[in-house]
Design a protein. Structure first.
Length: 225
């Protein structure tokens, strides 16, 4: 059974999360502050953490940093903070996704499913389907259903490799730019628009309405299997 640790200072939200997650087969533990969240994470080893940023004792970003010091457990931020800087800080600290309050339970549950089904850290994923194409990570090739080779530039390959290794997980613009182009280019977000458009033309059935290479405005991109 998948273990979910829900962290929020609102008793009503914790009750809502507990009831909805348990109804769908998750094992749930709750914490009202950052200190108890870190203690539960250490002794219970959850498979997912749903975390509010506005906690009474610690800022949620500091909780993420505390977790990332020893675990790669997926973290979904659930916060009323809508400022883009807060989102970027949380994602750069190691959060996997960001949902803004007020939130729809259906959307949150979809994000939970997406994050928890991604490959564990360190596990080499098999060849990955992107629409009608197969991305072979070991062979570093992309082929269509007809067996024909889909030619990607080295930069396009770097982007698609990073995205498909993190299925369902938000990959920030900053991370993509740093890992594909280098740390000196983390402000060059226009690069991503150009190259994602090219990848969609090559891999998506309808590039104008992408199903697999999804933009999260102002934050980054997500590969949806």
């Amino acid at each position: 059974m998948t273990r979910v640790l829900a962290v929020d200072d609102s008793p009503q939200i914790l009750t809502t999360l507990r009831l909805n997650l348990r109804a769908r087969g998750y094992e749930v533990r709750v914490a009202p502050d950052g200190g108890r969240a870190l203690a539960h994470a250490a002794d219970w080893h959850p498979d997912l953490v749903i975390l509010d940023l506005g906690l009474p004792d610690l800022d949620g970003v500091d909780v993420i940093r505390g977790l990332r010091g020893w675990t790669g457990v997926p973290v979904i931020v659930l916060s009323g903070r809508t400022d883009g800087g807060d989102k970027v800080d949380a994602l750069d600290a190691g959060a996997d996704d960001y949902v803004t309050k007020p939130f729809g339970m259906a959307e949150l549950l979809a994000r939970v499913r997406a994050v928890t089904r991604r490959a564990p850290v360190g596990e080499e994923p098999p060849a990955v389907r992107v629409g009608s194409c197969t991305v072979d990570l070991a062979g570093r090739t992309v082929t269509g259903d007809d067996g024909g080779r889909v030619r990607l530039t080295p930069t396009e390959w770097g982007i698609i490799e990073l995205l498909v290794r993190n299925p369902g997980r938000l990959v920030t613009q900053r991370r993509l730019l740093a890992e594909v182009w280098g740390p000196a280019h983390v402000q060059e977000t226009h690069y991503l628009r150009v190259y994602l458009a090219s990848l969609r033309r090559k891999l998506e059935a309808d590039p104008s309405r992408p199903r697999h290479l999804v933009t999260e405005p102002g934050m980054g991109y997500r590969f949806e299997p």
